[in-house]
Design a protein around this ligand. Structure first.
Ligand code: AMP
Length: 224
């Protein structure tokens, strides 16, 4: 099964994808995490991507597409993928579809996490990310057990350079202009499930699993 998590910055895609990976066995593939790792390691990809990340702009399609398609061709992605932060443009969506089609696969569901804009900004500004394993925390809603230290791996927590109020406002504009057309695109393919991303992390996970029919609880989600 291949699933796309769609939503604005701070909607909870990374948090939920990490949980879904554990619960379903699908592989969590996060293009933003891949770029941040490349930036931290100073690779050519990282050097190229850094300016885009810092300015809250999208990395050019050909770069992102090449990176993600290479990643999902690896054996650990064979049981299915949860895409987090990809695709972000119609061109990326088409490239993904084509690549999956080439392997006799397809996108099975697109889960759109919806969160009011004022909540998004506070979530993003409070976010702290593990330098080592990329786990996400929030100083207001989901603090680590020990300040500045990752619960999962003991790595250092830091604030992403693009998680400032100014940059997040720009990222929201970029989402509206370049990524939001994907909502109608997937709705037209009857793949879209809209899930409210506010409330407890566990209850959002339940709704996502339910939309994927991987949970037997009976509770209605808004299906487009
Ligand atoms: P994220 O961690 O998903 O919020 O992504 C952080 C940043 O990485 C974005 O603001 C972009 O600069 C870059 N990025 C991540 N995924 C993509 C993508 N699919 N297309 C273009 N740029 C991306």
């Amino acid at each position: 099964m291949n699933v796309i998590l769609l939503g604005m910055p701070g909607a909870g895609k990374g948090t939920q994808a990490a949980i879904l990976e554990k619960r379903t066995g699908m592989k969590h593939v996060a293009s933003g995490d891949m770029f941040r790792t490349a930036v931290n390691n100073g690779t050519p990809l990282g050097l190229l991507a850094k300016q885009y990340l810092d300015n809250g702009e999208l990395v050019p399609d050909d770069v992102v597409i090449g990176m993600v398609l290479e990643r999902i061709s690896q054996p650990d992605c064979a049981n299915g993928v949860i895409f987090d932060g990809f695709p972000r443009t119609p061109e990326q969506a088409r490239a993904l579809e084509e690549a999956l089609r080439g392997r006799g696969q397809r996108i099975d569901a697109v889960l759109l996490l919806t969160v009011p804009e004022e909540v998004l900004i506070q979530r993003v500004v409070g976010r702290r990310t593990c330098r080592n394993c990329q786990a996400a925390y929030n100083i207001y809603y989901f603090p680590p057990e020990q300040e500045g230290v990752c619960n999962r791996c003991g790595g250092d927590l830091y604030q992403r350079s693009d998680d400032t109020v100014e940059t997040v406002k720009h990222r929201l504009e970029v989402y509206a202009a370049q990524t939001s057309p994907l909502i109608d695109y997937y709705r037209a393919q009857v793949l879209l499930h809209e899930i409210e991303g506010t409330g407890e992390i566990d209850s959002v996970t339940q709704k996502l699993l339910q939309a994927l029919k991987m949970d037997n609880q009976v509770e209605t989600t808004t299906e487009a």
